[in-house]
Ligand binder design. Structure first.
Ligand code: C2O
Ligand code: CU
Length: 542
């Protein structure tokens, strides 16, 4: 196996989009940031040096961090932030993944501009489970904000309101020609008729599930979240923030120009008509006349087409082949049910709040606990036995009997920094139940340190006596981020064989800011191979 070294300088880059210029936070001046390449089994060492006036951490989204929990990256969960002028070296191995993942900042809303792809090739000697593509393109979906994203987050938190929505969606950082001043700000790729290309897809948006399609071309999904799938051909891809996919596209046309486009997928009615972000595929054989014509635009589902969205997610299956087997836990040791909720908090006296009635602010919670970030990282507090940073009483079940069809019980959440303790090696089943009090969004829930099997999902209340009979324990998708249906539930399973503190949160930044997160503490097992080692010497201090 190789060692791959990367040098990430966090620095300002002046970037203009849609008639606005700003100095955004970047890696090495690039926006989006550089791609990290690895082969499964490789060791990746990234030295991150902070040259901006903001605290930074980087998270390697989907990387297991087996026994390297110190390199995971979420601020105040596994590390203190890297302060201005300081550096920290992330050091981890890429195990049990192939395909596309991504890295992003994991503090405040900096991941709006700090993100890039991670591309992982299978272990040497293992063939791809599909014909070798003729070329590959990154397709990173993102959002552009004219204003300063840290300021937008702070304003939203103070007033408890819904933050200003982004000013544009982007493909590889470019909004495309449907936005103002953007005729030149468009990502272009060239196709040769008859060839097959692999698109390395990432949804790096802060707050938006997205539909994605290409005019006159179908999409064949062969991998999601770093795990190969049974090939699935669809007209439109659905990606939630935090989700990634490898998609094969065959150049089935002879010539011409075609848009690829992404637009929001929302389960609630939206008060705006979003402009799609687009990129242009140009066939090398196109005539002069065709090159001067506008490209063909893809048909995409309606913004609120939840039927398409849910069928899509339910159609994905792990490949589960001889070469790429999956091992779904058939029995469970820990049976958990967490509600995922919006709540309202009373507006503190003297503050201006923008929740309902202007006397409340929005909050969100899991099992009715709205998460508060501690002032030093939970992993450090755990490892060095520092008291008073967190408590170990995050409940296994909701504190109130839950009935989705009944009136809302206890809209005011508790607040706290609580972890749920899992003994090493446990097979965990977790049912996430949306309580849908405000009926707003679905939630892409992301777990650090593990991928999990999505064994079941449904609408309404989870029924523990009947629903498990329908679970897929053979080839369920193996993911790190699951978008579960609004007013519904999803059941996930994994084996807790990686000791450490592992964050779990909604990957919509707004919901995370309101408290929709918690952490698991997985204890050490026996011996060195089951024990979290000492932190690296350069781990930042708070
Ligand atoms: Cu992609 Cu905790 O994040
Ligand atoms: Cu959410």
């Amino acid at each position: 196996h190789k060692v791959r070294h990367y040098d990430f300088k966090i620095e300002y880059a002046n970037v203009s989009r849609i008639c606005h210029s700003k100095a955004l936070v970047s890696v090495n001046g690039e926006f989006p940031g550089p791609t990290v390449y690895a082969e499964e089994g490789d060791r990746v060492i990234v030295k991150v040096t902070n040259h901006v006036q903001a605290n930074v951490t980087i998270h390697w989204h989907g990387i297991r961090q087996l026994l390297t929990g110190w390199s995971d990256g979420p601020a105040y969960i596994t590390q203190c932030p890297i302060q201005t002028g300081q550096s920290f070296t992330y050091d981890f191995r890429v195990v049990s993944h192939r395909g596309t993942l991504f890295w992003h900042a994991h503090i405040s809303w900096l991941r709006a501009t700090l993100y890039g792809a991670i591309i992982i090739h299978p272990r040497r000697g293992l063939p791809l489970p599909f014909p070798k593509p003729d070329g590959e393109f990154p397709v990173l979906l993102g959002e552009w904000w004219n204003g300063d994203v840290e300021q937008i987050e702070m304003d939203a938190l103070r007033t408890g309101g819904i933050p200003i929505i982004s000013n544009a969606f982007t493909i590889n950082g470019q909004p495309g020609p449907f936005y103002n001043c953007s005729t030149a700000d468009v990502y272009k790729l060239k196709f040769k008729a008859g060839k097959t290309y692999i698109l390395r897809m990432v949804n790096a948006a802060l707050n938006q599930d997205l539909f994605f399609g290409i005019a006159n071309h179908s999409l064949t999904i062969v991998e999601v979240d770093g795990e190969y799938t049974k090939p699935l051909t669809v007209p439109t891809l659905v990606l939630s923030p935090g989700q990634t996919a490898d998609v094969l596209v065959t150049a089935t046309q002879d010539h011409g120009r075609y848009f690829m486009a992404a637009k929001p997928y929302v389960s609630a009615p939206v008060p705006f008509v979003p402009i799609p972000t687009t990129a242009i595929i140009e066939y090398e054989t196109s005539t002069e006349a065709e090159l001067s014509q506008p490209p063909v635009f893809p048909a995409l589902p309606a913004n609120n087409d939840t039927v398409y969205g849910e069928n899509f997610f339910q159609s994905i299956r792990s490949l589960n082949s001889k070469q790429y087997p999956v091992h779904v836990p058939q029995t469970i040791d820990r049976d958990l049910l967490f509600t995922v909720s919006f709540n309202l908090k009373a507006c503190p006296p003297g503050q201006l709040c923008s929740g309902p009635g202007n006397v409340t602010k929005f909050a969100s919670s899991m099992n009715n606990i709205s998460f508060i970030f501690p002032s030093i990282s939970i992993l450090q507090a755990y490892f060095f036995n520092i008291n008073g940073v967190f408590s170990r009483d995050f409940p296994d079940m909701p504190p109130h009997p839950f009935n989705y069809t009944g009136p809302m019980i206890n809209p005011q959440p508790e607040v706290g920094t609580k972890v749920n303790v899992i003994p090493f090696g446990s097979n965990v089943q977790l049912v996430l139940q949306d309580t849908s009090i405000l009926n707003l969004d679905s939630h892409p829930i992301h777990l650090h340190g593990y991928s999990f099997f999505v064994v079941g999902q449904g609408v309404g209340n989870f029924n523990p006596s009947t629903d498990p009979a329908n679970f897929n324990l053979i080839d369920p998708p193996f993911r790190n981020t699951v978008a579960f249906p609004r007013a519904g539930w999803v059941a996930i399973r994994w084996t807790a064989d990686n000791p450490g503190v592992w964050f779990m949160h909604c990957h919509l930044e707004t919901h995370t800011s309101w408290g929709m997160e918690m952490a698991f503490l997985v204890t050490n097992g026996k011996g060195k191979k089951q024990t979290l080692p000492h932190p690296p010497k350069d781990l930042p201090k708070c």
